[in-house]
Design a protein around this ligand. Sequence first.
Ligand code: FAD
Length: 325
Amino acid sequence: MKNSNTLMVYVECDEFAPINVSLEALSKGVELAKTNNLDVIAVLIGKFDESTEKICKDYGVHKIVEVAIDQYNIQSYGDAIVELINKYSPKLLISPTASIAKDIISYAGAKLSISCIAGVSKLEIQDKIHYTTSVYGGAVLQDICYDSDKTDLVFLANGAFKKELSPVDSVEIIKEDLPKPSNLYTIIKESVTEIAETVNLEEAEVIISCGRGMGTPEGLALVEELAKVLGGAIGATRPVTESGLVARTQQVGQSGKIVSPKLYIGCGVSGATQHVSGILGSDYIVAINKDEDAPIFEVSDVGIVGNGMDVLPIFIEEIKKVKNS
Ligand code: FAD
């Protein structure tokens, strides 16, 4: 049975720092806790230190539950989530839509027979909990009112909720020493970071995406140069990652990363729903496409109709001029 007074937020970290989308989840959790008189607990699993705790405190958390685990493994992390849900019976557990979070919370959901609620762009607690989620790759929004006696497992859509500092004076830290799974199905012996992954896309403030229209070595070189002058990260559509031109870690969209940069520039990207559903959290969208009817223009703040091979060199030169002026 869930406890109606507790709300948990899973805080995914990169090294010791909570990633941006975790801060969005924390901010939403703290806001819900304030307006509904709930206790909010931040959940840290893996490696963390005082700097991690300080950031949670700066975002308004009064209580942190910590589970120290040396190395990532879906079972050890996922079992930790299961144990914490069983122990604290939160009303809901909210999480960013991030790589580890997606693995371990879905794993916990399977073990606890709870379906996860994904792509949540609106969340209100009244007598029941009301969610707005997107389906069919973002083409349709649906309102769900959930009334279950189990903990709701909720993935927030990245970029849908703003991060907001609300520092508190003190924070209670609870260190949980949970039993380790005895039979690991997989053991990670070595992890290799994709050389092409220079910036975590979920963290990037500027993303320049390469679509099939620019999906040649020459086209990609221009996209990379634009990313360099703007200090941005490279994203790509699925055909471009499938061709091997750009690493799979850089794929944006339904089966890639859900991103929320300040600026997203799509170069030669048509704007299929499976891609667009991954970029709607961006603050500002610019599209360059030679087809004036390309669907990407429907979600763009600025659209440039033209051949990317001609437009990008001018774009790059103009930005260099502005930077040097
Ligand atoms: P295209 O659709 O081929 O578009 C290329 C565009 O470039 C066209 O609009 C064309 O006008 C323009 N163009 C051509 N030449 C130039 C030029 N020189 N200058 C300027 N413009 C030019 N896709 C994703 O991206 N991410 C996902 O996560 C993803 N997940 C999927 C999941 C499922 C289950 C399925 C079925 C599909 C998924 N897809 C995903 C694929 C998606 O449906 C599209 O096929 C894909 O996004 C199209 O990529 P694109 O825009 O690069 O290519």
